[in-house]
Design a binder for this molecule. Sequence first.
Ligand SMILES: [Zn+2]
Length: 275
Amino acid sequence: MSISLGVSAEARPAALDIGGTWTRVRYGDATTRFPTEPDYDRQLAALIAAVPPGAPAIGVSFGGRVTPAGEVRVALNLRGYEGRPLAADLSTALGAPVRIAHDATCGLLGECYTGALRGHDRCGYLTLSTGVGAALRLGGVWLTTEAGHQLVAGNDHPCDCGQTGCLQTLTGGGALHRRLGRPLSDVHDEHFWRAYAESMALGVANFALSAGLEAVALGGAIPLSRAELWPSLRGALARILTYQRVTVLPAELGETAPLTGAALLPSLPPDAILH
Ligand SMILES: [Zn+2]
């Protein structure tokens, strides 16, 4: 697989990261960001204005599920984008081929090529912030999973997805904010964070065991901003995971992981991403 790191800035693909709140654009050595437009047509116009002409290819990280042809299938935070042919619209307007993938898959790509998961070809990436995102890599195949909606026994909290008992209701910042009446950044109760670490450890362990992963990187605001979470998490994982050894690491690229992964998308073989 040829990955176009180390070539001149002009020959590199442009990278876009379209999240529910922010959109980031990187071309050459410059990165800019602007608030994501909830209106699809206005967002398209903003993207076209932000990408300088001449990019040989464009990689797009998107905060939702897309079809193999690059049409938006499900976007819980950008409902107006659903059913719109994002890849085709960008390609027509910018005159370059466009590859698009879910932001968890792009974050995983970034961590695998330039971050915490270098050297692991059977690995996964979990992000814990407002929601819980997950993607895994098995050799040359990359895919987003629904590990945030794995069901936890004894958990009777309803989830945004319509199920009852999802991991996201115990570890997602949005669900916990609504239940606690304040953002997680304002929660400093030691018992709460120990229980949080236990839930997270169970979710990470099930995620790793279900696909036989050797390493998992944890990204997103919650694990990366709370160093005190890690000793409890590592303790719980050591107690739970007695069968298969899994290396669990903090993600290294922070909020730029999806953008870094998006830049790599045009270099991947066409069937490398399962959408
Ligand atoms: Zn759910």
